[in-house]
Structures are given as structure tokens and as C-alpha cells.
Design a protein around this ligand. Structure first.
Ligand code: PLP
Length: 378
């Protein structure tokens, strides 16, 4: 099997599964129980949070364990909006955010918030000066992703954080789900207030994630309950899942030097794809090395995906995005690409487990698939 769909999800590390199994069996008590067993589990959970904080260079009381990127994004956006609405009801985001950001913003629009969806360049980049011009006296939140999940464009987060810092009433949230473990981001930048992360994109387990909340930032919780995690995210903690996530985080960050190899694999992939007349590359050259998006205009992406799947090679098409046309990529459309390209986008996404040999085998299979489809189409 050649797995090239790592931005959809990654294969969990063996150590992660071992850790999940061990904690589930040996530390099954409820961390809120006041007896000895509960205390042990609470300690384990706190230790995991401290380790995550150390790895991310933030305070342990600045981290909230969540059920993943979607929840972290919703908690950040709705939490800020609901808590600070007396200051203003305007939010700034971009047209190429993940649906968990776009839909959270759309939901807030239905209850009286106003949202500016910033346009992007043809490579999906937000222009920081557009962003600054969009800030109004009633703006309370900016939410911009770090690495785009479809095309891999890296947004100018530091520049945006510098702008956000000049407006003390405006919070800045970063969706770091696709960048974590690949491209460093300093959460200590004074302009960054909130940051979302998800475990299953870094070889952890699905249904676990982190929201970084800068100390002093107050959120209105989206869940109410038993007071766990300072009542910001109540509910009995997924102890085994979170401990396993911290293991995944540690292993991924230890492997970050391997990113250089992904840059080489990306170059090789590009050079192969550029040999194909029918292919147009949609990802920017200076984008994240682990995501390469390209179109084969005139060819249905799902047909290519299934044909590759039969050869045990797995790539993907656009994520389930909120596009007007169900088979169009909203991200490629926001980049202003023509409909032939927006309807035929394919994404290859790498992890540190992928090898050069796999890229070569993919290309051979891809060429065979194109030739086969060409014959069928006459
Ligand atoms: C950029 C981005 N944000 C958020 C999410 C949602 O994360 P999760 O699957 O953990 O809910 C994803 C998942 O694809 C993503 O790519």
C-alpha cells in the first residue's frame, strides 16, 4: 500500500496505540473521582498536559484538551464571539478556511454577527494589508489558518499576528491543524491568542485535539457540565486518547528535521507531474512540502482516485467543503481558477513515513491510469 492521503488522516504510531491500550486498561478510573484510583488518573492527565505544554513552549494552564480540530476551532470562534459580543460583533476570516471555521462563522451570522471573508491570491494567500483594512472598531476576532489543507499555502501568520497585536481588542485565532509537526509556529507571539491542533493529523488517534488559549483570554464555553478543564471544556476527559496524543506530538516533533526530506519528495513529485501535459499544479512552490494539489482538467478526480485505489495507492480530492457546486473545490474557486481546474483537483499529502520509492511508484501508476482513461475516452 502507498498511502498519500496524510492530510485527511495519518496512520497512528505503534507507540500511540500501545499507550492508548495501556492507559485504557491500567488507568480506567474517572480522573474526577476523589479516591486513590481517580487521583492517579488525574495525575496522569495533568502530566500529559504538562508534557504537551513543554513541547509547545506554553503554560500547561493555557492548554485545553478537546475532541479535535473541529471542536478546537468552534470553541475558539464561538467562545470569543459569545464572550466578547458586547465589544462588537464583527469577525474576519478568509475564503479558504476549513469548513469547521467557515461553518462556525456562518452559524454566528445567523445570530447577528457579521463576518468578512477575505479574498486570496491565485495561490490562496491572504494579503495582510487587506486584512488590516478590514479591521473595524467592532471587530473582535481574526481567524486565519496556518497551512491550508487543500493546497498547502502557508499564510503569513507572523505578519497577521503583528497586525493583531496593534489592536488589543481583537483576538487572533490560528488553525494550526495542518502545520503542526511540519512547520514551526511560535505560540508565544504576543499577537496569537488561540491556536487549534488535532491529533489524528500527527499520527495520534481521531477524536482528540488541543486548543491553546493564551493566559488571560476569556471564552464562553460551548459545553456546560461538570467543571472539568476549568469549565472551559467540561466532560469526563478522554484520558487514554489525550495521553496517546501527547505521545504522538512528542514523536512528531522529534521527527521534524525530516521535513527537509519532504521538501525533496515534493520537488520530485512536481518534476514528475510537470512532465504530464494534462496536469496543472495548483499548490504554490513555496507552500508546505507535505501537500501538493494539482488538476487534470477534463478528468473526474474520483475516477482517478478509484483507479489508483485499485493499484493500492491512496490520494484524495478536495475536502468536504462548503462549495456551491458539490463537485467543485471552494478553495480552488477562491483562488480564481477556471471551472475545469476547480472541478478536477487532486491532492497528494505526505507524512514522514513516505519514501522516494513510493513517489516513483505513484508516478508510474498515475501515468498508467491517465493512459488507460485516455483510451476509454477515445
Ligand atoms: C485545516 C484543518 N482544520 C481543522 C480540521 C478538523 O480537524 P478534525 O478532523 O480533528 O476535526 C482539519 C481536518 O481536516 C483541517 O485540515
Amino acid at each position: 500500500m502507498i498511502y498519500l492521503d496524510n492530510s485527511a488522516t495519518t496512520r497512528p504510531y505503534k507507540e500511540v496505540i500501545d499507550s492508548f491500550n495501556k492507559v485504557s486498561q491500567a488507568f480506567f478510573a474517572n480522573p474526577s473521582s476523589i479516591h486513590y484510583l481517580g487521583g492517579e488518573v488525574e495525575q496522569l492527565l495533568q502530566k500529559a498536559k504538562m508534557q504537551a505544554a513543554e513541547l509547545l513552549h506554553v503554560g500547561h494552564n493555557e492548554l485545553i484538551f478537546t475532541s479535535g480540530g473541529t471542536e478546537s476551532n468552534n470553541l475558539a470562534i464561538k467562545g470569543i464571539a459569545l464572550q466578547h459580543q458586547n465589544r462588537g460583533k464583527h469577525i474576519i476570516t478568509s475564503q479558504v478556511e476549513h469548513p469547521s471555521v467557515l461553518e462556525a462563522c456562518a452559524a454566528l451570522e445567523t445570530i447577528g454577527f457579521e463576518v468578512t471573508y477575505l479574498p486570496v491570491t491565485k495561490y490562496g494567500r491572504v494579503n495582510p494589508s487587506d486584512l488590516e483594512s478590514a479591521i473595524r472598531p467592532d471587530t473582535i476576532l481574526i481567524s486565519i489558518m496556518h497551512v491550508n489543507n487543500e493546497i498547502g499555502v502557508i499564510q503569513p501568520i507572523e505578519e497577521i499576528a503583528n497586525i493583531a497585536q496593534k489592536y488589543p481588542k481583537v483576538f487572533f485565532h490560528v488553525d494550526y491543524v495542518q502545520g503542526l509537526g511540519k512547520i514551526p509556529l511560535s505560540l508565544n507571539h504576543p499577537g496569537i491568542d488561540l491556536c487549534s491542533m488535532s491529533s489524528h493529523k500527527i499520527h495520534g488517534l481521531k477524536g482528540t485535539g488541543i486548543l491553546y488559549i493564551k493566559s488571560g483570554t476569556v471564552l464562553f464555553p460551548i459545553l456546560h457540565g461538570g467543571g472539568q478543564q476549568s469549565s472551559i471544556r467540561p466532560g469526563t476527559e478522554n484520558v487514554a486518547g489525550q495521553v496517546a496524543m501527547v505521545k504522538a506530538l512528542r514523536i512528531t516533533l522529534e521527527q521534524q528535521h525530516e521535513y527537509k526530506r519532504l521538501v525533496q519528495l515534493n520537488k520530485l513529485l512536481r518534476s514528475f507531474l510537470l512532465q504530464e501535459e494534462k496536469v496543472v499544479i495548483n499548490s504554490p512552490e513555496d507552500g508546505a512540502a507535505h501537500i501538493l494539489n494539482f488538476s487534470v482538467p477534463g478528468y473526474k478526480p474520483e475516477v482517478i482516485i478509484h483507479a489508483l485505489g485499485k493499484r493500492d495507492i491512496f490520494i484524495s480530492t478536495k475536502s468536504a467543503c462548503s462549495s456551491k457546486h458539490s463537485d467543485e473545490s471552494a478553495v480552488l474557486a477562491a483562488c480564481g481558477l477556471n471551472t475545469a481546474r476547480t472541478h478536477s483537483g487532486l491532492r497528494i499529502s505526505l507524512s514522514y513515513e513516505n519514501t522516494e520509492e513510493e513517489i516513483r511508484q505513484f508516478y508510474q501508476a498515475f501515468k498508467d491510469v491517465l493512459a488507460e482513461l485516455q483510451n476509454v475516452m477515445g
